[in-house]
Design a protein around this ligand. Structure first.
Ligand SMILES: [Cu+2]
Length: 147
């Protein structure tokens, strides 16, 4: 009887500990806010996502990659104006998020280019993006689809 009770209590406790371990992102120094994505259609032109990334820590971090379930082709780009011509430069080594700083991923500068949409993105929807940081690891955020 006693053994049976231990077994009964042990499993939920074990699951709780697992949940606690996998939740280390909760202590992350990286805070992502104001995430939004322009609407887009399957087979249409690329769309883009924007957000504000804050590093509250004492060490630099780096946004390495982004993934989503509605596209397999997300790239970090930066719009640069050279001789009055705007061009997009892929940030193949990611974007540094310096210690105690805010990096704005905004129209006209850094953006997350989203190509080959597999699902329509409709204004008003909320979609998930997974940001992969060098130190903070994976951070899942919610982004609003809006013009
Ligand atoms: Cu781009």
């Amino acid at each position: 009887m006693f053994k049976k009770m231990i077994g009964f209590i042990g499993l939920p406790l074990l699951l709780f500990l697992f949940a606690a371990c996998s939740n280390t992102n909760g202590e992350s120094d990286i805070i992502v806010s104001d995430a939004w994505i322009r609407p887009g259609q399957v087979g249409g032109p690329p769309t883009a996502a924007y957000m504000v990334i804050q590093n509250t820590g004492e060490g630099a971090d780096r946004l390495l990659n982004i993934s989503a379930n509605f596209s397999n082709m997300l790239e970090i780009h930066e719009t640069q104006v050279v001789d009055d011509v705007a061009r997009m430069v892929p940030k193949e080594n990611g974007v540094e998020i310096p210690a105690n700083s805010i990096v704005e991923v905004r129209p006209g500068g850094l953006h997350i280019m989203i190509m080959q949409l597999e699902e329509e993105l409709i204004a008003g929807e909320e979609v998930e993006l997974i940001l992969i940081f060098e130190n903070a690891g994976e951070i899942t955020i919610s982004a609003t689809v809006q013009e």
